[in-house]
Design a protein around this ligand. Structure first.
Ligand code: PEP
Ligand code: MN
Length: 337
């Protein structure tokens, strides 16, 4: 951290800053220039730069290190590749995950997955526990839904990704699930993140509704700090002033976060736009921007879906989308498995 002071700061002001730096466990080194005085705080501790910004004579405080340590490229320069059921996310690979928003019945999951199996999908999604904005909206069918996902996935040789909403569910989920999904609303459920960090199963960490890149990476840090490095970050749109689409899909997150971190970044154009006809163009754009995979809502009959039907693709639309992005991927040096 660098504490920048006015050149005319008094000796008393400088002394006060030095004392404050030392009190936080850093070593202070002063360099006096004609225009500014810079005091370097040397050490690896975390600190709140506001503590120094308010001291007399200080004009600016520059933080040189990030608050995330394990998820940054500084810690690990090569891409992390997460592999599930032969599907790879990261490096030169982009993986696909598809399935309904919510598990409704055995028949619904079976019909949807059967259609997807013909399109080479090897990982299915579907929420058994749905964290809904309204307590009166469909909340999912619970453990029964996990059983359905497992049995249909086994029938077609697929892996299961599904959302966990509370750390107390971990033992139950371990019986049925291959990938834990942390939803946007739970991105900062730190108890959940800590528990997932102790497991040896991959985690899809969705970006919070209004979270910055740094907050998102800090959440990933909670999981990594516990020893679980199998994390897939998922951009799913953020809250902005625009209301035409359900969220604003922030595709800049792909190059930015992939530069900051070695973790794979996938994109969810279904929640990112909320509109079925926008899913295909945004999938093309996400792949072209170098994302490491897509997670897409597909329903065998979206017109009758209990949740998010308007943003769910018909199976034939998914098929067409998949064929397109398979052609785009090699242009940016990616292979879709
Ligand atoms: C979901 O994927 O079903 C979901 C609820 O997404 P999000 O957490 O991104 O809203
Ligand atoms: Mn949904």
């Amino acid at each position: 951290m660098l504490v920048v002071m006015q050149a005319n700061a008094t000796e008393q002001d400088i002394e006060r800053v030095v004392k404050a730096i030392e009190a936080k466990g850093f070593e202070a080194r002063i360099s006096k220039g004609e225009i500014k005085i810079v005091i370097s705080a040397i050490g690896s501790k975390l600190t709140d730069k506001r503590d120094f910004e308010l001291l007399p004579g200080v004009t600016e405080v520059i933080q040189l290190t990030t608050n995330y340590k394990l998820t940054t490229r500084v810690f690990k320069s090569e891409d992390t590749i997460v592999e599930i059921n032969g599907v790879k996310f990261g490096g030169k690979y982009a993986g696909m995950i598809a399935g309904p928003c919510a598990v409704e019945s055995y028949e619904q999951v079976d019909k949807t997955v059967q259609a997807l199996a013909n399109t080479g999908v090897k990982i299915i999604r579907g929420g058994a526990f749905k964290p809904r904005t309204s307590p009166y909206a469909f909340q999912g069918i619970g453990e029964e839904g996990l059983k359905i996902l497992r049995s249909v996935a086994d029938k077609y040789g697929m892996a299961v990704a599904t959302e966990i909403i509370d750390p107390t569910q971990i033992d139950m989920f371990m019986k049925y699930v291959d990938i834990f999904q942390v939803g946007a609303r739970n991105m900062q459920n730190f108890n959940l993140l800590r528990e997932l960090g102790t497991l040896h199963k991959p985690v899809i960490l969705k970006r919070g509704l209004s979270s910055t890149y740094e907050e998102w990476l800090m959440s990933a840090e909670y999981i990594m700090a516990g020893g679980n490095g199998q994390i897939i970050l998922c951009e799913r749109g953020i809250r902005t002033f625009e209301t035409y689409t359900r969220n604003t899909l922030d595709l800049a997150a792909i190059p930015v976060v992939k530069k900051l971190s070695h973790l794979p970044v996938i994109v969810d154009p279904s929640h990112g736009t909320g509109l079925r006809d926008k899913v295909e163009p945004m999938s093309r754009a996400a792949i072209a921007a170098g994302c490491d995979g897509l997670i897409i809502e597909v329903h065998y009959n979206p017109d009758c879906a209990l949740c998010d039907g308007a943003q769910s693709l018909y199976p034939e639309q998914y098929d067409a989308l998949y064929k397109e992005i398979k052609q785009i991927a090699p242009i940016v040096g990616k292979e879709i498995l």
